[in-house]
Design a binder for this molecule. Structure first.
Ligand code: NAD
Length: 341
């Protein structure tokens, strides 16, 4: 697999000059067909468009059945190609459908959200949700190619951009202090998204290529995610649904607190992380009465064993550790820390 960050027209022209397919399908949702498909249409050989409904609620077997049916009804054979044009939902689910269809056809990803460009499309995780569990069915397999062009960010709603930006912040916090300071200086008004996307992709790629199946080092990418995922799941059932990155931003504040308490991260770093995240993300009122339910959700996380919660935390801004056992009381304190801000 290669990852190209370039003008999308150029990338596609080169790819289709070098690769021939019997049939090509482009997977889109109602937003990417409107905002992104017109940008690539002219660079694609003859193809069929498969449109699905956007959103995490549709990342399931029913939608897969629709995709597999479309491919089957149009006689797609093993020499076919699926082009996934969209955010993380399209990339994860399109990849899942491609690797299962006739025991696997080629697929390429064109991420159109910031989250998909810097996170979901790097590292080979494919999957769908099942029986209320996120990414419960899936595979590790890289797309044949990932073609990234930040031009697609121009139509992305601000809230989605902010959500993806949480992963950019995380990349700086776990691996590169200078990068963290640089991206925080301009926040969501980056002057050069190409450079930001390229550097985040580089950081994630470096980490996953050393540990593709998440046996060790890859876990540092989970900084902010143990608390963040639980908060995301808890509010899924309420009127205050959060986007993934909005929950991860809160998770990073809580886990920065834990880093300070348990890994000796400095109080200065804690203040820097807390203030800079607070400036970008809306405040969420988390009621004390809900803390226990949120912590309970953390035990469902695949990363946790026995009565301790396994966290990835920071020694300092730019350097992370993983498999750090944290007891419930400290996690509770971290939620208090956020709630009192
Ligand atoms: P998403 O795919 O739901 O896209 C967000 C919204 O933006 C959708 O409504 C979509 O239609 C719209 N959209 C996409 N591109 C657009 C554009 N250019 N202009 C206007 N609208 C556009 O959400 P996401 O945040 O990209 O991805 C979330 C998913 O990614 C989750 O399912 C999560 O599990 C998955 N994920 C996977 C990995 C991985 O390693 N595989 C990592 C992180 C997240």
């Amino acid at each position: 697999m290669s990852i190209a960050i370039d003008d999308i027209g150029t990338s596609l022209k080169v790819f289709f000059a070098e690769n021939q397919y019997s049939r090509i399908a482009v997977l889109v949702d109602e937003n990417t067909i409107r905002h992104c498909y017109p940008t690539i249409q002219e660079y694609l050989p003859e193809h069929h468009v498969i449109e699905i409904q956007s959103g995490e609620v549709n990342k399931n077997l029913r939608t897969c059945e629709h995709i597999w049916s479309e491919l089957t009804d149009r006689h797609f054979d093993r020499k076919s190609l699926l082009v996934n044009l969209g955010g993380g939902v399209i990339g994860d689910m399109g990849g899942f459908c491609a690797v299962t269809y006739k025991r696997g056809i080629d697929f390429i990803n064109i991420p159109t959200t910031l989250l998909a460009a810097v996170d979901a499309n790097i590292g080979g995780k494919l999957g769908i949700d099942f029986k209320g569990f996120k990414n419960h069915l899936g595979f590790f397999q890289d797309p044949n190619e990932v073609f990234i062009d930040p031009i697609f960010l121009q139509t992305l709603p601000d809230r989605e951009l902010r959500s993806g930006f949480a992963e950019v912040i995380k990349h700086g916090l776990i691996a590169d202090k200078d990068y963290f300071e640089q991206v925080m200086a301009d926040g969501l008004s980056q002057k050069n998204w190409n450079a930001v996307v390229a550097h985040s992709v580089h950081i994630k790629h470096e980490v996953v290529s050393q540990d593709p199946k998440e046996g060790g080092l890859r876990k540092i990418l989970n900084f902010g995610h143990t608390v963040g995922h639980a908060i995301e799941s808890f509010y899924l059932e309420t009127d205050h649904r959060l986007l993934h990155g909005e929950a991860i931003a809160i998770g990073m504040i809580c886990e920065a607190y834990l880093s300070c308490k348990l890994l000796g991260m400095s109080e200065d770093d804690l203040q820097i992380i807390t203030q800079s995240i607070k400036e970008i993300y809306p405040e969420l009122t988390i009621h004390k009465a809900d803390f226990t339910s949120i912590i309970k959700l953390m035990y469902q996380d695949k990363k946790n064993v026995n009565s301790f919660l396994n966290h990835s935390l920071l020694y300092e801004i730019g350097r992370a550790g993983y498999d750090i056992a944290v007891d419930e009381k400290d996690v509770m304190d971290s939620l208090f820390y956020y709630a009192k801000l």
